[in-house]
Design a protein. Structure first.
Length: 306
């Protein structure tokens, strides 16, 4: 199968969409507290291949089945890319990353079922899934750009490339804090938005300090991305090429939506159904945001001045 053939593009897209669904399905498992729906058995569910019907067991088992199917798609994509690893090293790196992170997150999920894990470890599971989604997205983007004649980004300075990777790493920390809050079950630590319990700086408890740190980190992330957007606009305006500044604009818009969705999530804490939907929107937006930042960081590093 040729890497730029229609069949390969369909396979890459299927892997990307599948990884996205796996991440959202995992968030649903956490949100509905269905992580123990299959007891401590893995890969069986309560000792059976087809479990007895309960809502928790079906949610958890469906997540496992989806992960298995998508894992097969990711593996096929990897081996199809392996044949052309010397010719298309970038594509091979993305396919390899997707497979490696998929295996890690599957093993972490199995470990979480068989042995009780601390919230700090469980939060890392979401972070690994996020890396798998970003890797699969990068492969799809690479295929798109390899077929389309677009002007290359202006060569950035090494300092801008380092700054892009710093933003990417900081975003990962923000995401980890959000996942940690979800597994620690302290989402109500800050009532109200944008104030926390009616104060700019709340009285700190175990619940409020983690939530407040997440909010503060999100604001810092917004500032960092805004600075990145301004820098790219000024940098690219000299050559009339605005490839990276457009990407920065999309990223800025996405982080604003992400913060607004966080506020919405806080206001729906007492309404279980609305809170569930708001949580899915919040997870979807952060996945898109992180993927955009990953692409920004890689492109700025690839096109930096030597």
């Amino acid at each position: 199968m040729q890497l730029k053939s229609t069949r390969y593009r369909i396979l890459a897209w299927a892997s990307f969409i599948g990884m996205f669904i796996v991440l959202i399905a995992g968030a649903i498992v956490t949100q509905t507290d269905s992580g123990r729906g299959c007891g401590s058995d893995w890969p069986l569910c309560n000792g059976k291949f087809i479990p007895a019907y309960t809502l928790e067991s079906m949610i958890e088992y469906s997540h496992r089945m989806i992960t298995g199917v998508v894992g097969l798609l990711v593996t096929i994509t990897f081996f199809c890319t392996w044949r052309y690893r010397k010719l298309y090293r970038e594509a091979f790196a993305y396919a390899s990353g997707t497979l490696i992170f998929t295996i890690i997150q599957a093993l972490m999920g199995a470990a979480a079922v068989m042995w009780p894990q601390q919230p700090a470890v469980l939060a890392l599971h979401f972070g690994i899934s996020l890396l798998a989604v970003a890797s699969s997205m990068l492969l799809v983007v690479w295929l798109h750009r390899s077929r389309k004649l677009t002007p290359p980004p202006v060569q950035s300075t090494p300092g801008l490339a380092v700054f892009a990777w710093f933003i990417w790493l900081f975003c990962y920390v923000v995401v980890y804090l959000g996942a940690y809050i979800r597994h620690l079950k302290v989402g109500g630590g800050c009532r109200g938005w944008p104030l926390c319990n009616g104060k700019i700086i709340p009285d700190f408890t175990k619940a409020s300090e983690v939530v407040f740190a997440h909010r503060l980190a999100a604001i810092v992330l917004l500032i960092l991305i805004f600075v990145w957007f301004i820098k790219m606009r000024r940098f690219e305006s000299r050559s009339n090429i605005n490839v990276m500044s457009k990407a920065a604009a999309y990223t800025l818009f996405c982080v604003i939506l992400q913060i607004v969705s966080g506020g919405w999530l806080t206001t729906t804490f007492q309404n279980a159904n609305e809170f569930f939907f708001a949580s899915l929107v919040h997870n979807t937006l952060v996945t898109i945001l992180f993927s955009l930042l990953t692409d920004n960081a890689i492109r700025s590093w690839k096109h930096r001045r030597k």
